[in-house]
Ligand binder design. Structure first.
Ligand code: NAD
Ligand code: UDP
Ligand code: UDP
Length: 337
């Protein structure tokens, strides 16, 4: 890249799972990265290998408070994503989603910078339309345990669209469906990390409900490629656009697959289904295919194998370890290069 093409890019939530991969990818493209995180669910371990890079800068900051920095582009990823974590402090989740969005939009407005919002398939709630297209308005319980996240992200989308209409801001809204891979926190509570940690530790895999609920899982490298394409779309395109892998699986299938791939002898146990847990979820990605010329490339088995390899470091002699060491792992995408 020519030096004049290099941008200074803000990634909020940059020490989290997706954020750390995004920082890495932007640095690899020759950009400068300002990573902002309050380490609520993220960790310095995720970005430890980037700290020596002169084009990388880390700032501990809560996006619910105003932020005055000078950048060319903004990716707003700051927000806990696991139901266990976002329900742990629901008021903080709303502040992060809504005040965080407002502050990043105010920053983008002052700088006349494009801003990408990490929205979510949760804006569709427990969907009554299947698969989900962007024009579906969703089926969300506004007062349930998931509402702090679902409604927070829906309000953020409203703010993004209003800044676009009112202030002609170049906004990009990504509706991210379940994404997994290395650097998910081992104690994060999401299904992929839970099942892998349980399988590696020889403990029973905890399937909630009868395991017939479905999700569609996208490997992290595919998602980061989609962020890049979305950010580079012309000003006239803001989304929202569904990003995810359209191959759908039941949670029981996922558990069986993880047991087989990790060569585990774990059993499966059934636990109560959490309230408002969506029964089915699968993205219609026709818009992403048409506008971004993007679709996921990494299949579930391939992605799970890489993720299982990453999680092996946290499990020794059948015991799940609580403290993850510094991570230097390379993503599947990087290995393939
Ligand atoms: P994550 O929990 O690993 O990362 C979130 C990061 O945001 C963490 O580093 C956390 O410390 C930081 N953060 C939280 N609150 C903050 C605040 N107030 N100020 C500054 N930093 C804060 O989760 P992830 O999976 O990497 O998710 C990243 C983004 O993508 C989130 O906005 C999430 O809602 C969205 N998303 C993720 C998925 C997925 O499957 N991974 C699906 C849909 C949407
Ligand atoms: N803001 C920020 N950084 C900036 C500019 C604004 O954090 O560089 C915050 C600001 O504190 C405000 C929010 O973004 O709370 C929205 O800003 P905007 O200018 O759109 O609205 P106003 O300040 O007029 O309420
Ligand atoms: N789930 C499960 N066992 C677990 C964790 C989650 O069966 O140990 C189920 C959960 O009930 C949901 C699905 O897996 O139906 C995905 O859960 P996750 O928390 O990963 O994300 P969600 O898509 O619900 O936000």
């Amino acid at each position: 890249m020519k030096e004049c093409d290099s941008k200074r890019i803000l990634v909020t939530g940059g020490a989290g799972f997706l954020g750390s991969h995004l920082c890495e990818s932007l640095l690899a493209q020759g950009h400068e990265v300002l990573c902002v995180d309050n380490f609520y669910t993220g960790s310095k371990r995720n970005i430890a290998h980037l700290l020596a890079e002169p084009r990388f800068e880390l700032l501990r900051h809560d996006v619910a408070f105003p932020l005055y920095v000078e950048v060319d582009e903004i990716y707003n990823l700051a927000c806990p994503a696991s139901p266990v974590h976002y329900q742990n402090d629901p008021v903080q989740t709303i502040k992060t989603s809504v005040h965080g969005a407002l502050n990043m939009l105010g920053l983008a407005k002052r700088l006349k910078a494009p801003v990408l919002q990490a929205s979510t398939s949760e804006v569709y709630g427990d969907p009554q339309v299947h698969p989900q297209k962007e024009d579906y308005w969703g089926h969300v319980n506004p007062i349930g345990q998931r509402a702090c996240y679902d409604e927070g992200k829906r309000c953020a989308e409203t703010l993004f669209m209003d800044y676009r209409r009112q202030h002609r801001l170049n906004v990009k809204i990504a509706r991210i469906f379940n994404t997994y891979g290395p650097r998910m926190h081992p104690n994060d509570g999401r299904v992929v990390s839970n099942f892998i940690m349980q399988a590696l530790a020889g403990q029973p895999l905890t399937v909630y409900g009868d395991g017939s609920q479905t999700r569609s899982f996208c490997y992290v490298d595919d998602m980061i490629a989609a962020f890049d394409r979305l950010m580079r779309t012309p000003d006239g395109f803001g989304g929202p656009v569904n990003l995810g892998n359209p191959v759908e699986h039941t949670m029981l299938e996922l558990a069986e697959r993880i047991i087989a791939l990790s060569r585990s002898r774990s059993a499966i146990v059934f636990k109560p289904l959490p309230s408002d847990d969506p029964a089915r979820r699968r993205p219609d990605i026709a818009l992403a295919r048409a506008v971004l010329q993007w679709e996921p490339k990494v299949g579930l088995d391939e992605g799970l194998e890489c993720t299982i390899d990453y999680f092996r470091q946290f499990v020794k002699e059948g015991d799940a370890l609580a403290i993850p060491p510094a991570t230097q792992e390379r993503s599947l995408h990087a290995q393939a290069k």
